[in-house]
Design a protein around this ligand. Structure first.
Ligand code: ZN
Length: 138
């Protein structure tokens, strides 16, 4: 457990955070066109439906590295620096970009396109945030 600030769920993001707390990545999917989007908005960015009525569905969380940054100065309390912040393209939802901490440590050897999978960092008993780890090459 850390002293890091906790996310504050609102009505739209509450199901997302509830799933994270159980270490499941669920993404909002538009009921009208069936596309996933993140973060959920008041309209669907794909079909512009004003009533997307997002349903949160579990996804694999597997993806590929698009880029990464070494963070040497943290603006958040309780985060050890340096760490790697990775930009990931999800395999099954390629239009979704997720950014998160890589849990393999700041010395991890990375290449664009490396396979990663979602992992979760517990910030409190009720809260976990999505992060990533390098997937086995096998
Ligand atoms: Zn839609």
């Amino acid at each position: 457990m850390t002293g890091r600030p906790l996310p504050v769920p609102d009505e739209t993001s509450a199901p997302y955070w509830a799933a994270c707390a159980e270490h499941v990545l669920k993404l909002p999917r538009c009921s009208n066109c069936g596309e996933f989007t993140l973060p959920p908005d008041v309209t669907c960015p794909h079909c512009q439906s004003p009533e997307p009525d997002f349903k949160f569905e579990p996804v694999s969380g597997r993806g590929k590295l698009r880029s990464w940054t070494v963070i040497r100065h943290s603006f958040l309390s309780g985060v050890e620096v340096p760490f790697l912040l990775v930009d990931v393209q999800l395999d099954e939802q390629p239009h979704i970009r997720m950014v998160g901490r890589l849990l393999d440590g700041p010395e991890a050897q990375l290449h664009i396109g490396d396979a990663v999978t979602v992992a979760f960092e517990d910030l409190s008993p009720e809260f976990a945030v999505p992060a990533f780890t390098l997937a086995d090459a096998s």
